[in-house]
Write a protein that binds this ligand. Structure first.
Ligand code: NAD
Length: 452
């Protein structure tokens, strides 16, 4: 019997994923970035590694005929100059956001600062008539979130939240299979994400380690995962109950120092990270420490770390789907397991993003029918960041904002809000020991089916 259930009856190797599903209504929060002859005037605030590469150098390289940078801003005067050089632009630089906006009159502002400051630039930008492209998370708490929602309604400007995870080929394939009701009606989901001892540790080295800056990893990191759930399920979260604790990093260690370079324990510390081997980081961060004291190679054992390193949450959706979610931050390998349980079968995947052993060049989704067989669907890895997802996301924003969006991958403030509100609710639940209703956080009312 077991053999029969596990029997693999056919293998599919898809050349492309995210195949268009006809007839889906488009929601297009990008509509104000219309493809036109005039170049869009872009200004960026936050010239760290994310801003100047994904939203800087790469945008100039690939969309030079569509956009131009008119200003760059960062509180660190050295980093904004280094960023400008790296991007190869000759626009003016600023350390004051208002001055940049006043002098350069951008159409669109790209927000790539520390998470807890996103709201300030999103709100101020819209108030002076700009559209916004913001990195995730939209913001870090419910008050800031409400302020963003109110300002968007008041000004009628557009906010794009760049959820690049939605665009990777295997995730788009999962979305397509769920839209086709391949396993019937989904009733519950098991979703477990593992950050490894390199990537996971990186969050404990710098500002992400502080709740006041990144809102804990339940917001900073899990916003990606919660957004995927909201998008895959096409529903909005209603209630959250969570546990979380800090048991590995931070105070849980016998020795520590300020940062790795001068550390007297470097010989014996398995988490020693030698930033001097990374020329780009040396120029962007280390050379500019003198301005703000930002240590990119901070100690993962610092006692001021106040975020959780293990988290578990139960989420109930407005359509009654239940989620069992967890995030681990010191795993030997990186990736996630997901399983959607439906009334006709089960769809599951065990995705390895990094592992010590040889990686396959495809991701595999397993679909098993109740009383039936198993299909293994293999999706080749796309080239480029996040399996080619980063390029697809940017094409939609800069090349053709009116591009069809059958899987509804484009995201605006409502998506940005619901993804962070799960994390905010989880945080509150951990603090109080009680379940938290999402509707109690802002004026957004979770809908069983995501509004178009
Ligand atoms: N979507 C993704 O996969 C992804 C990946 C990495 C980072 N990110 C997001 O991108 C953003 C930037 O991340 P990063 O790794 O480049 O961080 P970073 O710390 O390297 O860069 C942030 C920059 O913002 C500047 N800054 C901070 N406060 C500011 C303020 N008030 N005014 C002006 N500048 C200010 C800092 O000086 C720094 O240069 C974060 O919001 C992060 O969550 C998203």
């Amino acid at each position: 019997m077991e053999d029969q259930i596990n029997k693999v009856n056919r293998r599919k190797f898809l050349k492309t994923a995210g195949v268009a599903t006809a007839g889906t209504l488009l929601i297009n929060p990008l509509s104000s970035l219309k493809a036109g002859s005039k170049k869009k005037r872009l200004a960026m605030v936050g010239t760290g590694v994310r801003g100047i590469s994904m939203w800087g150098k790469h945008v100039i390289k690939d969309y030079n005929d569509k956009v131009e940078f008119v200003g760059l801003c960062d509180i660190n005067p050295g980093r904004v100059e280094t960023g400008k050089k790296y991007m190869g632009v000759n626009c003016p630089t600023f350390t004051n956001f208002e001055e940049m906006v006043e002098k350069t009159k951008p159409d669109t502002i790209i927000v790539t600062t520390v998470d807890s400051t996103h709201d300030e630039f999103i709100v101020k930008g819209m108030e002076v008539g700009c559209d916004i492209i913001t990195e995730k998370p939209l913001t870090t708490d419910e008050v800031k979130c409400q302020n963003i929602l109110d300002t968007e309604r008041k000004t009628g400007k557009n906010v794009i939240v760049t959820f690049n995870y939605r665009y990777s080929p295997h995730r788009a394939k999962i979305k397509e299979l769920l839209m086709q009701e391949r396993i019937g009606r989904v009733t519950s989901v098991d979703f477990h994400w593992y950050l490894d001892i390199y990537h996971g540790a990186a969050y404990f080295r710098r500002w992400h380690r502080l709740r006041s800056k990144g809102g804990t990893l339940l917001v900073h990191k899990s916003t990606h995962h919660f957004d995927l759930l909201n998008w895959w399920l096409d529903s909005e979260p209603a209630e959250v109950f969570a546990f979380g604790d800090l048991e590995f990093y931070g105070k849980n260690h016998e020795f520590r120092h300020t940062h790795c370079r001068p550390c007297p324990h470097k010989e014996k510390c398995q988490f020693f990270w030698d930033i001097t081997k990374n020329e780009h980081y040396m120029k962007l961060y280390v050379a500019n420490e003198k301005y703000d004291g930002y240590l990119r190679d901070g100690c993962v054992w610092k006692e001021d770390i106040d975020i959780y390193d293990k988290m578990a949450a139960t989420i109930k959706y407005a359509n009654n789907v239940q989620i069992s979610y967890s995030l681990t931050t010191y795993s030997p390998y990186e990736g996630y397991r997901i399983a959607f349980n439906g009334d006709k079968g089960r769809l599951e995947a065990w995705i390895h993003e990094r592992q010590p052993w040889k990686m396959e060049n495809y991701d595999e989704i397993r679909v098993t029918d109740n009383f039936g067989d198993t299909d293994l669907i293999q999706i080749p890895h796309g080239g480029g960041g996040h399996g080619g997802g980063d390029t697809r996301l940017k094409d939609k924003i800069f090349k053709d904002p009116n591009m069809e969006d059958p899987l509804r991958q484009a995201a605006g403030t409502r998506d940005g809000a619901f993804s962070i509100l799960i994390g905010v609710a989880a945080r509150k639940s951990i603090d109080t020991g009680k379940p938290v209703k999402i509707a109690s956080l802002t004026d957004l009312k979770p809908q069983a089916i995501r509004p178009k």
